[in-house]
Design a protein around this ligand. Sequence first.
Ligand SMILES: [Zn+2]
Ligand SMILES: [Zn+2]
Length: 327
Amino acid sequence: MRAAVYLGEGAVRIEEREVPRPGPGEVLVAMRACGICGSDLMQWYQDPRAPVVLGHEPVGVVLEAAGDELPQPGTRVFIHHHVPCGACEYCRRGHETLCDTFKATRIEPGGFSELILVPALNAALDLLTLPDHVSDEAATLIEPLACCVRGLDRARVDDTTRLLVIGGGQMGLLIAEAALARGAEVTVAEPREDRRALATSLGARGVEPTAEAVGSPTVVMLATGAAAAWALALASADRGGIIQLFAPSGPGERRDFGVDDLFFRELEIQASYSAGPRDTRAALALIADGHISADKLITHRFPLEETEAALAAARSKEGIKVVVTSA
Ligand SMILES: [Zn+2]
Ligand SMILES: [Zn+2]
């Protein structure tokens, strides 16, 4: 089988690998499509791991399933890259993405590969069968959308929320659509005019990232690690508001705040990292029910052989979501 091996500094080599054999409870899946995440482009994060097969938003068709309870050959599935134990203290407190099992479980070799071996625990807990009307391409949004669902839940976003999303890239726009589905009032602050227009076309209010334009949100989600986003969040959040870190900023980054400013405004600072099995199911339901505009968000497609070009296209930010496909 062919796998796209990331070598560091944006370079990818297509390698021939041995076909993995599924052990008890494991599933072998033929990849059909896998989205590129912003984290696949963060060289400070990925280069130390190289050589590595990236891609953690894969969708495919089951080839072999070593268990009767599992999705059987021919079934189209979403594969979750990590799964929590569900029983440890982190899981019980709702921090399932911090669970040791979550960190230890991983698909082999990764999403940008012709074939993917799904470990038994991932297969048992978070291998979701796709409805016929959800395309492979749309289903690549399940994983990133699940992260958005978890972020919205942690920030208690509902139909009374005035949500400000800072950053109108793939994650910011997915957050916006998922929040609109909950009835929230959504503003997307984004420096690029074309992305503001896209946010507006999705039903949000696309505005420039200035204190005057964003109003007084009850919840701010930072879908960018930029320092200016932190300052805007702090300046604009309403009294009693929530500021959520939703994107990494880079090693050693620090942010400033006034202690009394937080205290007297009772601001809540929180973070949301990755997603669990409950979130992937909610994300699939949002997509299946037509709440997510995959046709507007997925702008570029590249075959597996051109994974390096796909990463370069995603890095160029000329489109929104870039997807690697099997053919
Ligand atoms: Zn990701
Ligand atoms: Zn756990």
